[in-house]
Write a protein of this length. Structure first.
Length: 245
């Protein structure tokens, strides 16, 4: 049986989040998770609803841009982030720490690096501890689904090209989703979203990706893409602060 609230409360958010993820590599989990929790869904049910949509969009992105993936960064994610996600996700079934303020401050700081030289210098120092950052990202994602914002901030901080940024984030998100779904399965969490509802949302997400890819993404040159990514970080940070209070 589906645990979803009314469709008119779900589809607008999923469609908007799918457009954002189609452009930047993240969105469905980032925007969908706090909204579904606000509507009364449990964290495991929220994962079961959103992960298949996010995974579908990520795979579609990789099918078109896998050659752009930063394989060094992806290797670090596979080695350090994924084990941390498993541990944190298992813990989250019993305890979910309030990480919104921490993640909000982090992504807002990254968003200002092009505007404030001192912040840029500080982030360069932080990225010197990239392996630690990547491991923490996995812990945050496992308990809150907010690791995508940290991954986006990392890509922004490393000043990756538009295509490299989106493809690498999509590849990371693909690994995140596979590990999360597998962990939920092995943990014996009952599937709470019915097949018809889940399939309908997957089709909606895939269709949104196709439309966005063909009619919007190609209009984003590298400069516009970076400005858009900066705005996404700012909006994400502000929404996280609002949800925390």
């Amino acid at each position: 049986m589906s645990v979803l609230p009314a469709p008119e409360l779900i589809y607008p958010v999923i469609l908007l989040a799918s457009v954002i993820q189609s452009l930047f590599g993240v969105g469905v989990l980032l925007l969908g998770t706090p909204w579904m929790l606000l509507l009364g869904m449990t964290f495991p049910a929220t994962l079961q609803l959103l992960l298949p949509i996010s995974l579908t969009i990520s795979l579609l992105q990789l099918s078109r841009g896998h050659q752009y993936v930063d394989r060094v960064l992806l290797r670090g994610i596979a080695m350090l982030t994924l084990p941390a996600i498993v541990v944190a996700l298992l813990v989250s079934t019993r305890w979910s720490p309030p990480l919104e303020i921490f993640v909000a401050i982090l992504v807002l700081t990254f968003s200002l690096q092009d505007r404030v030289r001192l912040i840029r210098h500080g982030l360069n120092q932080l990225l010197g501890f990239e392996r630690t950052y990547i491991a923490i990202m996995g812990l945050v994602h496992g308990v809150s689904n907010l690791g995508g914002s940290m991954l986006t901030a990392l890509a922004f901080g490393k000043e990756l090209h538009r295509d490299v940024s989106r493809a690498t984030i999509a590849a990371g998100y693909t690994l995140f989703a596979i590990v999360q779904l597998t962990t939920l399965r092995l943990a014996g969490i009952n599937w709470q979203v019915d097949l018809g509802t889940g399939a309908g949302l997957i089709v909606a997400g895939a269709t949104t990706f196709w439309l966005t890819e063909h009619y919007i993404f190609n209009r984003f040159d590298s400069r516009r893409y970076r400005i858009g990514l900066e705005m996404l970080l700012v909006i994400t940070g502000l929404l996280l602060l609002l949800s925390a209070f």
